[in-house]
Each structure stands twice: as C-alpha cells, then as structure tokens.
Ligand binder design. Structure first.
Ligand code: CTP
Ligand code: CA
Length: 223
C-alpha cells in the first residue's frame, strides 16, 4: 500500500487543466484567437492521470486526441472556460491554467455575418475575466498553477504574475525561443513558486516537461 501511494501521489486528487487558445466570436463565421495548440495542457492531463489524479480537461481544441480516462469539457470562449472552471473549482485540489486565454473579446457579437463596406471597420474589444486571478481571489485549499508566455524580461513578468494572481506556481517560458512555447512539441521552462528557488527545466518534450511540473507541485504539497 505504501508503495502504491508513492507511485500514485495524486490518487484521490481532483485536477482541473485548461488547454488551448480561446476563440472570441466577432460574428457567426469569424473569431479572434491565438497560436496556442493546447499540447502543453494535454501533456499535463496525461501526466496527472498517470500520477493517479481524477482529471478534468477543459479545452478549446479538437485537433488533439482526448487522453484516455480524462473527463473532457469542450469550450470556446474565455467566458465559457471561466464557467466550466468554476463549476468544478470547489471540488478540485489543483488547477492548472495552461490555456492561452484571450485578454480581450469583441464587445458585441454580431448576430449575422458582418458585410463589407467601403469604410474602415473598427472593432471594439473589451477585457475578459482573468480566470487565474479570480481563482487566486476565491481559492481555499486549492493549489493554483499558471503559465507565463513571455518574449522578454521573463523573470520579472513571471514573478509579477505569481504575486498579482495569488498563484502557487507560475511556469514561465520564453516564446521567442525556437524550442519553446506555442505550437511546438518541446518546451523549456522555469518554475517560480513563492519563497522557493526557481527550478529550471531544460528543453525536452512537453510530456516530460509536464511530469516535471507535476513533480514540483507534488514536492511543494508534500504528497
Ligand atoms: N489567464 C487567465 N485569464 C485571462 C488571461 C490569462 O486565466 N483572461 C491565465 C493564463 O491561463 C496563464 C496566466 O493567466 O496561466 C498568465 O497568462 P498571460 O497571458 O501570460 O498573462 P496576462 O496576465 O494575461 O498578462 P499579459 O498577457 O499582459 O502578459
Ligand atoms: Ca494574456
């Protein structure tokens, strides 16, 4: 039994993972999105499942196979993702915001396809909810893991996000690097946690990076 608990440190734990870039509708045939593939989130879902967790994967993509043994919740927009995350939040132990959530959405969604005219078109965007920051405000026992995709000043921005969002961990990557970030099969990250030294994970597959992230969390949680 001791051996079993050691192999499955997340047994009995409920883990929410978000993945992919959100899609913010302009009209019935157009949306705003970003370059996120969802791969890091899917790797985390598989790794958490393999460590014994009950995993809920909240995803915007249908381009990746749904990992076996994972509860799958398809969403599109930041607002749908927020709703799905908070529906499960009270019963969860770890939340991993691997999704690239749009910071802005069109203020209105046109009911019909927007027709072209001879004038310029101005699209007004409004802020979405910062899901991770709201989780940070409302958390009780939950361990919150966020990501920070940066092109410069990685450490400063990552530490700022850790504090500002009241997260327990920020996984930072430099998306200007060839082997890291959006739409790649590999990643290289630095894990920041309050009061702990940063952990540098050198370049490797996203599956292997996912295992390292979860091991860091398991370590900090003493599981
Ligand atoms: N995030 C979120 N809700 C948003 C925006 C971001 O939950 N509306 C989460 C992301 O899933 C990620 C973390 O916050 O885990 C950091 O996202 P990032 O885009 O790097 O940071 P922002 O706070 O949006 O700041 P900026 O884009 O200006 O760097
Ligand atoms: Ca952002």
């Amino acid at each position: 039994l001791v051996q079993q608990t050691k192999d499955l440190p997340l047994k009995g734990k409920s883990v929410i993972i978000t993945a992919g870039g959100t899609k913010e509708r302009i009209d019935p045939v157009r949306f705003i999105t970003n370059d996120s593939s969802g791969k890091m989130g899917y790797s985390l879902a598989k790794a958490a499942r393999n460590l014994g967790a009950q995993v809920t994967l909240i995803s915007t993509t249908n381009q990746l196979p749904i990992p076996f043994g994972v509860a799958f919740v398809p969403v599109q927009s930041a607002a749908e993702m927020e709703k799905a995350v908070f529906a499960k939040f009270n019963d969860s132990d770890i939340v991993i915001m691997a999704a690239a959530v749009s910071d802005y959405r069109p203020k209105t969604e046109a009911a019909y396809k927007i027709k072209k005219t001879n004038e310029d078109l101005t699209l007004i965007l409004e802020k979405t909810t910062d899901i991770l920051a709201r989780l940070g405000k409302e958390k009780k026992h939950q361990f919150l893991i966020g990501f920070a995709a940066e092109t410069n000043d990685v450490e400063t921005y990552a530490k700022d996000k850790l504090a500002r969002k009241n997260a327990n961990m920020i996984v930072a990557n430099d998306v200007s690097q060839a082997n890291a970030g959006f739409n790649k099969d590999t990643n290289e990250v630095i894990i920041y946690q309050p009061q702990l030294d940063p952990i540098h994970i050198s370049v490797r597959s996203k599956d292997a990076v996912a295992e390292e992230i979860l091991h860091a969390a398991i370590n900090t949680l003493n599981l």
